[in-house]
Unconditional design. Sequence first.
Length: 119
Amino acid sequence: MGEQMGIEAEAKIGPGFDAAIGEANSIARFEALVMNDMDGSFTLQGEVTLAGGTLAVSTTRPSSLEESPDPTIQRGTAECRIDSGTGSFSGASGTVTLNFTVSEDARFTDLQTGIVFVG
């Protein structure tokens, strides 16, 4: 995979979220730079873009990929801190956790959950 790689993901927002997250069917985006280490671990720095602004995130500790029951897919988790925010998320702090898979053709699929404090 090399020392660094970029990842991009996007998803439609479901119904019932705060307007800062987005109206139903609006798009949330995630872009990150992943830095791979020789021991198989990785760290990342990225940005989540929502309707109300952005959240800059970075891993709190190195993470790694694991085998899954499907030999064509690896799985992983990454705990990230919120480093900063823009727009409705100005001054934000908190955490975002990524649960994800990577297929053998490098397709990245993730589920993000977060606790965001805006002051």
